[in-house]
Design a protein around this ligand. Sequence first.
Ligand SMILES: C[S@@+](CC[C@H](N)C(=O)[O-])C[C@H]1O[C@@H](n2cnc3c(N)ncnc32)[C@H](O)[C@@H]1O
Length: 338
Amino acid sequence: MSSGKKIKLGQFFTKATLWLKPQVQKFIKNSKCKISYDPFAGGGDLLKASEEILAFNDTKGLDIDPSLEWEINDSLISIPHIDNAIIITNPPYIAKQSASRKKIDLSLYFNSSTYDDVYLIALDKMLLAQKYVVAIIPESFINSSFKQKNKIYSITILEENPFEDTENPVCVVCFDSIEKNYNEIKIYKNDVYINDLASIQKLRLEPNNNIDITFNTLKGWLGLRAIDSTDDKTFINFDFKENFNYDWQNNIKVSSRHLSLIDINVKKERRKEFIDRCNIIVNQIRQDSADILLTPFKGNTKKGIRRRRLDFRLARAIMEKAYCEMEGKNRYEQQRLL
Ligand SMILES: C[S@@+](CC[C@H](N)C(=O)[O-])C[C@H]1O[C@@H](n2cnc3c(N)ncnc32)[C@H](O)[C@@H]1O
């Protein structure tokens, strides 16, 4: 496969069947559909798995690339309906920004959509065509603004990578097209049930922007390691800048995202307490959400755990919460003294 097509058409084929977790198999079986349908058929790996593992006798593949010898269809424009079929696919993922950076013209699709990645456009077309859809898509979907999330049956986050040639963190989303509340949507990590989508989303903190916080400034006193390292020893954390073995002076830029030097007005004698509170809050969010609220980062740790990144929006919200908790405690202590 040419590397040009790989990027332009998102041609990353799904070699392993790691995505076929027991709950996904059960969903496919319970749909009682007779045909496995892949409108982005590529190497045909998902159709092969449908025949060999899921025992489908009938399969149907479409693709835009004539060299792949499927029936040709532009499935980002429309997908023909097939009676009794379930879509099982891995659509192309190409973000609008990355397409324009690489000078790939996808305006045909993006001009008639508000979405910023073709896989979201693909999901819309699939849900127009079929009631049951199983899609392997980026894990960032969970925090996306996709408008039909209420038609999801379950989301399974995969820690292992089902692709041979990309490390993009992915999940398997099963849609049954029945409109429901988020507390009925099940979230799994690998084959373990974690929680429902509503409970996970309730854990999300949003910043109020009511405290001055500046990221990536040499005036800062507070260091933030925003990405887990691969060694299973160093995780996302806040600490005094001196406690990082890092040359802040020469490395901090406006665009820094891995390590940041932060300025926030906290009295010197209370800074240790502030840092401890920030770390307790971030670790609590990680534990309660099984890490789902943190952005997945390419590649796993040596033990095979998905690395995570703390984006600055959530980092800001955590610092605001820690700050308010400290102020609240102050007020409480003052009241006690009166
Ligand atoms: C990620 S691959 C899917 C591979 C396949 N599902 C598998 O597991 O082997 C995406 C496929 O979608 C095809 N594709 C890209 N844009 C398309 C479009 N607009 N309509 C139909 N197929 C498209 C690509 O040619 C590629 O084969």
